[in-house]
Design a protein around this ligand. Sequence first.
Ligand SMILES: CC(=O)Oc1ccc2c(C)cc(=O)oc2c1
Length: 278
Amino acid sequence: MELLEEHRCFEGWQQRWRHDSTALNCAMTFSIFLPPTPGTTPPPVLYWLSGLTCTDENFTTKANAQRVASELGIVLVMPDTSPRGADVANDDGYDLGQGAGFYLNATQQPWAAHFRMYDYIRDELPALIQDKFNVSERCAISGHSMGGHGALMLALKNPGKYVSASAFAPIVNPCRVPWGQKAFTAYLGEDQSTWPQWDSCALLHHLDTEHATPMLIDQGDSDQFLADQLQPAVFAEIARQKDWPLTLRIQPGYDHSYFFIASFIEDHLRFHAQHLLK
Ligand SMILES: CC(=O)Oc1ccc2c(C)cc(=O)oc2c1
């Protein structure tokens, strides 16, 4: 593992690392914020999954999450959004290939050799973080847009792994919207019977509410992608029918940008802290 950057930040450390990923079969970078640790208790971790076109650096530099993470004593881990490199398959579109991994395991060529973001985020990266940093096993997950899909989907597929999950403007029903249909056709193939296992609405529909993961979603009502790609109300209606612990907040005037994320990230960190610091 190679340290690429390190900065003092709100009495903690902001670092950027490169490592060789077995799951993705390529070198990967991730960013991590390490809060000050005054006591002996290792801090819990919040995984942040970014959206289309992003790297580990967008959230790090634009969301302004470190001040509150420092106050609360939460480690932030920001992975990249896909495998990368000259040997890794790509596409000319911003919504497929490098920068658009959709947090699933691809089964189709030419993607299957590297595009296993689900295994990377669920297993490989947490094992690495546990091994190399002083952190507790308690973790939560959050993300934006494609990363919101990743955060909700990972939490729903792994009950008990994440103590809480949250999302900004998530793609909740990728099987039914253009971004998801394009990506799932490429990564998973034309046979749509394999798609619902990666779709938060489909997953939630079949889950038992008894051991439900608490969830928070924020959605701007001036988001240009709301009607065609996001539709969080579809997810909220399934949650309502099942009495699933979801809060969906519609934020007037906010769009899809990091200005929206920066405006509400403090609420998300405090929401996760309620569950992480129990
Ligand atoms: C830095 C930034 O603005 O990130 C950003 C912009 C647009 C999008 C879109 C359209 C989709 C998505 O999944 O993420 C995303 C992230």
